[in-house]
Design a protein around this ligand. Structure first.
Ligand code: KG4
Ligand code: ZN
Length: 333
């Protein structure tokens, strides 16, 4: 098989988005995502409904990705899928589909870690970070700072001990009666508001994060204010959004700045769904100017869950001969 022509179909199904991407020689040819609206009704992702929706979506999404890329099944050199972490039922749908496709086409199978893929999304477009770099990965399930030494070697130097940053955004949004996922709505409303309220500052040593105290502080603040004025949330929605967003972003930035100081690394990357947050993006750019960082933030479509990042990671794994056999199983952690 020629190494100059590698075409891979990649599947991402770790949570509530069914996504498929085709990559040919480091170039993303298609990146299709089917979102699942059903969870909005429940204020969060319902695992059983997510796996059922993946089952319904996977064939049309694979089809759409192949058509958009103008690639036939017989042109594929490998099939990749997200193996971990995620919701086990959701992962199983992508894994089983990838296995049967690889077996049918008699081509290799590549298993990808979702978190590593969020980071390698930085290598889809220019400018690409140079090693070593620090990556702050912030999503609905994870919040961590890691040092990346090369494509495959990384060390987590700080992580959340309770909620993830995306979870903090979504839970705060729920307290404000905003629909799930509330992170993007907080971002949107915050742009019309001002930071006027302060909540308990997380107090956690070293490079770790904690969001549960902030969440409780926000909850009690709202309870107190609502006892005085039952329309408090409606009357102050934009300022509340700006204030809670500011608290979350300040906490994220404080540890990232500390991590850069401690490691001496000034190549700074941002990954995960929360990297779509406009205040966080601004804060990283501003810190970049102040501390002479080189900053790397992927395009919006590669920040939230997508299969292009799985495809990019699979491309490097293909070059590294990292294949798995059909016995492979997904894992939640
Ligand atoms: O990476 P991702 O798409 O899925 C996970 O792997 O978790 O991240 C989803 C998370 C959700 O919590 C969502 O509310 C948050 O990212 N998010 C945002 C924004 N866009 C997405 N949070 C704050 N501001 C945004 N603009
Ligand atoms: Zn993710």
């Amino acid at each position: 098989m020629s190494l100059t022509n590698i075409t891979i179909l990649a599947i991402e199904s770790s949570c509530d988005d069914t996504a498929v991407s085709i990559i040919k020689n480091e170039k993303i040819l298609s990146n299709v995502v089917a979102n699942q609206k059903v969870h909005e009704l429940y204020g969060g992702v319902v695992p059983e409904l997510a796996s059922r929706a993946h089952q319904a979506n996977i064939v049309p999404v694979v089809d759409a990705a192949l058509k958009k890329a103008n690639i036939q099944l017989n042109e594929l050199n490998a099939i990749a899928f997200t193996q971990n972490p995620g919701l086990i039922g959701s992962l199983m749908v992508g894994c089983s589909f990838a296995k049967s496709l690889a077996q049918t086409l008699n081509i290799p199978l590549i298993a990808v870690n979702h978190m590593q893929a969020h980071v390698l999304a930085h290598f889809i477009d220019e400018p690409k970070p140079t090693f070593p770099f620090l990556c702050l990965t912030v999503s609905g399930g994870h919040t961590q700072i890691a040092v990346f030494k090369n494509y495959f070697e990384s060390e987590v130097i700080g992580k959340t001990i309770d909620d993830a940053a995306g979870e903090a955004f979504d839970k705060a949004a729920k307290m404000l009666s905003l629909p799930y996922p509330g992170g993007p709505l907080i971002d949107q409303y915050a742009q019309q508001g001002n930071v006027v309220y302060e909540f308990a500052k997380p107090n956690i040593p070293e490079l770790d994060y904690s969001f549960s105290g902030l969440k409780t502080s926000f909850l009690y603040f709202l309870k107190n204010e609502k006892a005085k004025n039952e329309n408090f949330i409606n009357d102050n929605r934009d300022n509340l959004c700006a204030s809670i967003q500011n608290s979350i972003v300040s906490h994220l930035m404080k540890k990232l700045i500390l991590a850069s100081k401690q490691t001496g690394i000034t190549n700074i990357a941002l990954a995960g769904g929360v990297s779509a947050n406009s205040e966080l993006r601004k804060a990283i750019e501003n810190a970049g100017k102040k501390y002479h960082w080189k900053t790397f933030i992927p395009a919006f479509e590669y920040c939230t869950d997508n299969a292009a990042m799985i495809a990019m990671t699979a491309h490097y794994k293909y070059l590294n001969n990292e294949f798995v056999n059909l016995e492979i199983a997904p894992s939640a952690r």
